[in-house]
Write a protein that binds this ligand. Sequence first.
Ligand code: SF4
Length: 448
Amino acid sequence: MKKKQYKVILISMSGVRVYNKKLLEVGLTLPGFVDRSKVIASLPSLGLLTLAAYTPKNWTVIYKELDAYTEDDLANIEQEQPDLIAFSSLTARINETYKISRLFRSKGIKTVIGGLHVSALPEEALNYADAIVQGEGELIWQQLLADVEHNALAQLYSSLKNKKYIYHFDDTVIPRYDLLDISKYNRITLQTTRGCPLHCSFCAASRTISSYKKKPIAQIERELNKVFEIWDKPFIELADDNTFIDKKWAKDLLKLFANYNMKWFTESDISLAYDDELLELLSKSNCSQVLIGFESTTANSLKGIDRTNWKFKQFDKYLKAIDKIQSYGISVNGCFILGFDSHTKEIFKETEQFITDSNLSEVQLTLLTPFPGTDLYKQYKKENRLLNNNLWEKYTLFDVTFIPKNFSVEELENEFQALMTKIYAEEVVKKRKSIFRQTLKNKILSRQ
Ligand code: SF4
């Protein structure tokens, strides 16, 4: 007997807008400021493409990204008459997701929401959706769809509370890259690790969904081959939190990557600079850039950032490590956060000075943000320091969302904007890029 057919629409709430209008105006005139956020906004949702791969054959899957959208876009989704709409959303777009979810529910369509935010605050999210996926969705997904088929959808599906849903990379499937119109993208995502064993107070990504795990190299090879079926010279962005934690495994990964005609990008901590063999392999694998969270520019302000004070202990090596990685032809995008309790007014000058003294080819400045699920969120909630009760639109990394310790909110906003204006000024960005170009030239000359 032919199985009954069902339809699911997977919606990625892509794109994050800077809430602070003044900063937006400044930012849009500054080269280098909006670039990285634009890249992130334009990445496909690997999580949803993976769920698509776990969807049984009697379900039709439609994948959509909703950045800017119109009433007609929503009407078109409704006209598809799906049996289920599944959303993936970050904190900054969660209120919009809730609104759209409510709208579809009012039309009789069932909705489910997953992702970091709802994993941290499932009770809040349940006010707006029929079901919530907390943690890893891969093993939950087929059960959830079966429950829709039997009209028995539960409210909460959790890999954090139910061990049978914990996902092992050995069981993984290849994401449905074929659902993408690849001509719309300039990067494609692939995941090789999930989570991070360091425990930074502000980091939601490293453990809200899963503890640290690595994918088998053979599986990564299968996924890469799939990407190359739809794109012959891709730019790959690894959807990892911290790729090179396990150096032995990472070297095997880099040997694999060296076999492919691609450029790629990932995120790491500074420890990759301490392993020459790893750097050599990284260079041969055509890695374009690593994004490294240096977090702060003075030793003292790094105290307590992670639970073992690991980043504080690395501070003395920061400048040398940047030079070393870049001497292998790999650009370092250095990330710095402003607004820690250890920061006083001096931090803005100190940050500018550190960045000027370094040879970083790119820089990312953000404001400290207490995302739900982090130690920081728990601390500020306890201390009654969270601002704007549930105005999640402000969780953009460029808006003040808490009461700072050593500044007023306005001071932090103004000093941050002033620093952005200096760090992203056209001539300053050009200078950073030209220093890196010279590093690349030196590398080529040293090999002749
Ligand atoms: S090192 Fe990076 S990924 Fe790991 S916990 Fe810290 S901020 Fe998160």
